[in-house]
Ligand binder design. Sequence first.
Ligand code: SF4
Ligand code: SF4
Ligand code: SF4
Length: 409
Amino acid sequence: MRSRKRIVITVLVCIALVLLAYFAYLLPFYEFVTNDYDVSFEKLFSWEYLKTLVPLFIIIALAAVGIVLIIRLRRILAKADKNTSRFAHARTERPKAQAPKQKPAPFMVVRWIVMIGFSLVVIFGGLIFGMGVSSLSIPILSCPWNSEEMTSSSCYYLSHLGELFELPVSSILIFFASTLGFIILLGRAICAFLCPMGLVQDIMDKIRRKTKTEGLQMNEKMYGALKPIKWSLVLVFTGLCFAGGNFCNFCPMVATAPILAGISTSLYVSGFIMVFVLIAGFFKRRAFCNICPLGYLMGLFHKVSLFRVKKDCTACTECGACYEACPMGIKMIYTEREKTDVTDANCIMCGECVRCCPEDNALSLTFAGARIYTAKRKNVMSGYKPLLLEREAANEHTDLTDAKTGTPE
Ligand code: SF4
Ligand code: SF4
Ligand code: SF4
């Protein structure tokens, strides 16, 4: 009965998305003013460039207004009835806003550097390296400029499968071989290290933590409710492009990357989706990743990817900190009691579970069998040291058990 309900929801969401995608070009606010990529370093600091950025400012302003409104609404609801507020039942843990700060692990530092560096290259790479490196056209995500040159892009062809199958067989084979090779080599580590959308969402999460705003704690039921949306987007992203729709009309990057690269464009359906991504990413870490069709397709190959999440079940004390920290709600990482390989199709290799695991070597990320990030009790406890010292100074009772199950930032 439940799965039938999900299928019905998936079909309805699909129909709505395809209609939206089909008519997107007719919307009055859609317009790419120029298709020329003609930006120099001097232009990046010009008044003209600032004017190009106006749609981006509108997106950010709309997201900020949305966030403030939701916070206010939540306060009003909570005030009205503290115990039975609509959100109370959805909470699975205490608020994380009070969690102490942990010493940054080298893995996390590298992840942030690679994420920022790669995003700058794919957006502004044309300025540094020229219009193309080898057969790669940059700025990669500036789709309007790349509309002629995108023939080497997996992203473009995955959302325009109809066009792909018009190519010679050899090109189709090369396309699938190179795409699969890349996915097998990196798996969903692409999500943790390379995807600019991942960076945008991680920045929103950082802003929330800095502003000490309580995030949305999702439980299994809520993660399950996202599945129909994810499957619908997968269908739109792949199959339904034959029916006239394609994912490019929704892709949040289409509304932002070209603007940053200096291409004039007005607001577009994608722009409003970006507003949603920013708001959702603020309250729920990697919210869009939970419904991202590209991530889902990459996840299908998780069994052969060289990046893995490993667990030493004998070291695990079932504290649940890994599940609590996981932005993709992967419960298996916490409940598994036998298998050593706990790599899940939804795992984006962010390493949050490893960072928050308080038991030495209980969890680790590996690449081709070699450990690249391992859980260390010392690291987790480093976040609690100042807190414990503070408590000791105040002669308070120190509850170590409580500290152990919390999720350090
Ligand atoms: S799930 Fe999608 S949006 Fe998220 S990081 Fe992966 S590819 Fe990017
Ligand atoms: S299982 Fe761990 S590495 Fe994978 S998404 Fe969850 S927290 Fe990130
Ligand atoms: S955080 Fe570590 S010790 Fe706690 S349940 Fe997860 S794997 Fe086990």
